[in-house]
Design a protein around this ligand. Sequence first.
Ligand code: PHE
Ligand code: ZN
Length: 885
Amino acid sequence: MRTEHPKMIKLSAYRLPDYLIEETHLTFELHESYALVHARLVMQRNPSLDTHLPPLVLDGQKLELIDINLNGERLSAMEYTVTDKHLTLQPTTIEFELDTTVRIEPQNNTELEGLYKSSGMFCTQCEAEGFRKITYYLDRPDVMSRFTTTIFADKQNYPILLSNGNPIAQGEDDDGRHWVTWEDPFKKPAYLFAVVAGDLWCVEDTFTTMSGREVALRIYVEPENIDKCQHAMNSLKKCMRWDEEKYGREYDLDIFMVVAVNDFNMGAMENKGLNIFNSSCVLAKAETATDAAHQRVESIVAHEYFHNWSGNRVTCRDWFQLSLKEGFTVFRDTQFSADMNSDVVKRIEDVSYLRTHQFAEDAGPMAHPVRPAEYMEISNFYTLTIYEKGAEVVRMLHTLLGEAVFRQGADLYFERHDGQAVTCDDFIAAMETVSGMDLTQFKLWYSQAGTPRLVITDSYDAATQTYCLQVKQSCPDTPDQTDKKPFVIPLRMALLSQQGQSLPLQLQGESIAMKGERVLAVTEAEQSFIFQKVTEQPLPSLLRSFSAPVIMEYNYSRDDLVFLLQHDTDGFNRWEAGQQLSLQVIEDVVGQLYETDEPMMDSRLVEVFTALLAQDDLDPAMLAEFLSLPSTGYIIEQYEQADPLAIHQAREYVSNQLAYALKEPMRVRYDALRKTSLETPYVAQASDIARRRLQNMLLAYLMRTNDLDILDECVDQFGVADNMTERLAALACLVNSPFTDEAQEALKRFAERFSEDPIVMDQWFSVQAAAVVPSGLERVTHLLEHPAFSIKNPNKVRAVIGAFSMQNTPNFHAEDGSGYAFLADKVIELDALNPQIAARIISPLTRWQRYDLHHQELMLVQLKRIKNSGELSADLFEVLEKSLV
Ligand code: PHE
Ligand code: ZN
């Protein structure tokens, strides 16, 4: 067999498929040591092309071809060629049928792509290019086909046999095996195909759609998890209703199924009518899942459901268009979560995440546009840029067009392209049609990588009552891209009076003033906005609700920031002012720590936090956000060359100072919140979530004071909580404290109680892996030996190795390079098992350029060591190629 090397695939090389597959008839024979997959493909020459018949090149990997027939005639070995990636043959008629039988070994599939086994069940993962590991096929999203699937398996071990669409036939054989046939009436690309076979139980419900059709809803899980499905089911019903109300989208099949699997590379997958979920993204109940986990379940259930329209009914022409479905669907799930919870808190969470992680990606060697122009391995492009920045791009359209016009655009997009595989240009074209706007310049968001900078200055002239905002934009070079053109940047803003009221906004040339706030469209490299009839020197409130994914600079004084934190009428910008103030205070300390152990901290932070804590009418959710300091990751991103250890130390120092200074009011507030929690049964609803979040945040501050009385409180909260949110937060406090006996005892009790629940044990693992206490690496190496750990399970890898390298700053960035060497060892080990996970988990090392020279060098040594460690997967190869230039 000939081996083909990984090569760059380019958007510019896109060609229509030579052949189409009208019908796909699959039969799976599942056995313990192998599976046979028989495929009957009803094919034709693509009618959009001429009638000459080029060779048919099917994708296929890790398949053993057993039999092949063209139009019912067995092909001889001379009539086709097989490489490790393709099967090629010569059709002789415009329409033809191809039959193949292949043998695969799901039980040995550790990549978790294609057909594999997870905790005794069979399941599939096909996006993006996993279907080719199941059978020979045209595995590209613009080839859409009608699927019929029959599954044969042992009845005892696999009583449940599922695929897409509706079951149309079933039967039993004498040998203890049974079969079910499923038919999906909707054409779909192969990446949306799924099969599941297992001993599963299900929770059932129904949903009546807006046109009155009843849909059966089923969530399938392993029997022991049957009591953890209700939250996902409630979320599902809510998001189905929401999509009808907000977007006019109705579900189209009679059954909607969700299956939970323990071994899964990603969060979940939107297979038509048969979503497959990482069990950590679907199972949740009070005792085992935190509030954050409940909210994650709600949003991922919604995300996958929303894909039924934005992704499945209208899909992507090619994988360069991935953000067409992902950016739009993340935007939709974000809107949903905002409606279900608090929109400001949701925005704060999303922006924190984006600025810490996506901005880092955009500034690093893997930077790529929302619509990339080339890739080697598509699995490497399921990135924060495609998802989160892609969602920001859709959000900006929504801001520029307004809610109503945006909805018309979405309607038109779905109507025009239902049943098609389309491009980001088609999405924008629909928005252009309904708005009458020319979005040519806006589309630079799809083609230019990098995070734009906005530098804003202002001036006020009291004599003429004019106020001028000068806006400059630029975008740094990214790999293969220089000299970028100006973006269209929606700048939501207001001008605040000295009393904190928003002033009327009347631009020069306008005859009436706008009240409140407005959105300025920044389109040029340098641009001025002149406001008239401005009666006093205003304080600008800029980039409200983070109206564009940019880095904005405006020279606020610290007093301005204090004022905005207390008085801005935009909740998001209040928080942002606090973040910028805290950031400056921490940066001061970073500088001083090189000279002294006792830095001077700007007292304004303590003062304003004191004032906020005293404000009784402040929403606890907002207070919790205001009191949280920017993450270490975010602070690191603010430096050209960061010293991670100094930054960590400074952030700890400021946190400790705040804890001591605010101990009394924090204690009073904590006690009150804890009392309410003790008196209220757990409900995962916004107001209660806010209370617990504030309570836990205060506990974390208080524990910094090493007060024995608070230690008792913490141990008590750990022990008596009726929910994982309070229990886990208390555990994290203990594990990060100097009270090692109490911490060990709590860890022991936790493990005893939850040893049978792998998802809960993941939390136990990650709390320890992330603990910023001495000899963290030793502890992590120890955790890898724990019987509940498995390197083959991605959740475990993320819980231990991921948490250590992403959250444990002092230990991961240890001066001796031991943290980096550890990660490199694990990357090498993982690459042989699961390349997708190896290529993801390596990412902290790829950010080497962000750090000081000492850390850079240590990281580079490890990157090179991985590169020279032997034969690498295409996934890891691409990441290393790009990181080491
Ligand atoms: N398409 C999935 C989602 O975003 C993510 C995914 C990609 C899952 C690739 C598995 C493999 O919902
Ligand atoms: Zn998605």
